[in-house]
Design a protein around this ligand. Structure first.
Ligand code: IMP
Length: 199
């Protein structure tokens, strides 16, 4: 079965492609199918609600099973912020540099051991017959003191994953290394298993 992915974030789309294709799940962007999915406003208060909003809308508009992800960063010291507001933390949508600058400012003077954080990804897949599947992935780490590395996107340059002993930023990992430990990688692999059970 073919699936449509509801995302306008090219980097996220690449990650979804990279992980799902080898598992035999055929995913397409709306543009590849000659349609354009509405950019749904993320009005939910949780990642799960927002993923459902996007997947439901994409499924309705395309008539195909639709996969959507909502993800973000939660920082312990900031009571879980920026959370669902990760993309627009500093105001405008998706200004990575401004978001990182605001985050580092809000953590000024906070010692290493109190800079715990996690990336979270909630994925939802809606089928035209009404079935809905969810999957979740988390990646624990700490927020560093400056941006390091050029890979990935978003908060990757300041996120030091626990899996690498907090010694490297997510932006210093190769795409394959990131997929193996990332919140999205974990959520997508769980989703793939659940999709497999549906067929
Ligand atoms: P979404 O597009 O509404 O899911 O917003 C996700 C936001 O969370 C992005 O714009 C990034 O700021 C942040 N984010 C999500 N996943 C990642 C990741 O893998 N690396 C870095 N930042 C991420």
């Amino acid at each position: 079965m073919d699936y449509i992915i509801a995302t306008h974030n090219a980097k996220k789309r690449d990650e979804l492609y990279r992980i799902l294709s080898p598992l035999g799940i055929k995913v397409h962007l709306d543009s590849e199918l000659g349609i354009e999915l509405t950019d749904v406003e993320e009005t939910g208060t949780t990642f799960k609600e927002n993923a459902l909003l996007k997947a439901e809308s994409g499924c309705r508009e395309s008539g195909m099973p639709c996969i959507a992800d909502d993800s973000g960063l939660t920082v312990d010291y900031l009571g879980g912020e920026p959370g669902v507001y990760s993309a627009r933390y500093a105001g405008g949508h998706g200004n990575d540099e401004a978001n990182i600058a605001k985050l580092l400012k809000n953590l000024e003077g906070v010692p290493d051991e109190k800079r715990g954080a996690a990336f979270v990804s909630e994925i939802c897949c809606c089928y035209p017959d009404g079935r809905v599947i969810y999957a979740k992935g988390e990646c624990k780490g700490r927020i560093g003191f400056e941006s390091i590395g050029n890979g990935g996107f978003g908060y990757d340059p300041v996120f030091m994953p626990e899996d690498y002993g907090f010694t490297k930023s997510m932006a210093q990992l190769t795409a394959e290394e990131k997929d193996a430990i990332s919140h999205r990688g974990r959520a997508i692999r769980e989703l793939a298993g659940k999709i497999g059970e549906q067929i």
